[in-house]
Ligand binder design. Sequence first.
Ligand SMILES: [Zn+2]
Length: 110
Amino acid sequence: MKAKIRKGDIVEIISGSFEDKGKRGEVIKVSPKKDRVTVQGVSIRKKHQSQVQTQGRSMNPGIIEFEGPVHISNVMLVCPNCDETTRVGIQRDEDGLPQRVCKRCGKLID
Ligand SMILES: [Zn+2]
């Protein structure tokens, strides 16, 4: 499957955990081999950091928040033209290069 979702795209969470469903965010990382994307502000996980030594000084332990990966089937691209979640079509331009097209409004996504 071709990667139809790229870094920098806005996606909406269409399934998954209750608190994330319906959220929109920017894709900050794509892992094509795992079919997973990381979306800003979605699937927040907390990690307790134990005390760390930095240049001889110990820092206070804290909680780090970070986004966890989301399976690509749980997200849908939000079209920048019509602001709706959409399926992505592939259309070739004059040079034969594939371009992504919104199946709702028919406009190019890139
Ligand atoms: Zn559209």
